[in-house]
Design a protein around this ligand. Structure first.
Ligand code: GTP
Ligand code: MG
Length: 139
């Protein structure tokens, strides 16, 4: 079985969508192994988004991720990395298909794709790295 790191970004927490997003994850059949609400630090975010360092949206993205609490979760299940990204939908919520988290619950609020409600790890390597970053105590 496999694990992924899911984040409900500050826009999702602010809009009161954390429960709806966790509900969809559980309704799909995945299992929550750890959940925490926290204020992300600049250090964790710079490491989390290291692949995007230097891109024009990098600093605004880090700022946005510090604009309010983030809900971080470790989610488990067969092929959950791919499965959660499929639940989440396309990065751009305007283009994300209805039926997905971003397609049903997200839209362009003026900053294009920055406020897209959720993050999900994109590979087993990213998942291991990100889980270590957000849940340093987890076995
Ligand atoms: P994550 O699950 O959050 O990693 O989304 P993703 O894998 O679909 O997107 P990606 O890793 O390419 O980008 C990470 C995050 O940066 C996105 O979820 C957006 O919040 C933000 N982002 C990506 N591209 C852009 C962009 O062109 N402009 C802005 N403003 N934000 C962007
Ligand atoms: Mg990504």
């Amino acid at each position: 079985t496999e694990r992924t790191l899911v984040l409900v970004k500050p826009d999702g927490v602010r809009r009161g969508l954390s429960g709806e997003i966790l509900r969809r994850i559980e309704a799909k059949g995945y299992v929550l192994r750890a959940v925490q609400l926290l204020d992300a630090t600049t250090d964790v975010l710079h490491r989390h988004y290291a692949e995007h360092e230097g891109k024009p949206f990098f600093e605004p993205l880090v700022e946005f991720m510090m604009s309010g609490p983030v809900l971080a979760a470790v989610v488990e299940g067969e092929d959950v990395i791919k499965g959660f990204r499929s639940l989440a939908g396309a990065t751009n919520p305007t283009e994300a298909a209805p039926g997905t988290i971003r397609g049903d619950l997200g839209r362009d609020w003026g900053l294009k794709v920055q406020q897209n409600l959720v993050h999900g790890s994109d590979s087993p390597e990213s998942a291991a790295r990100e889980i270590g970053l957000w849940f340093p105590g987890l076995a």
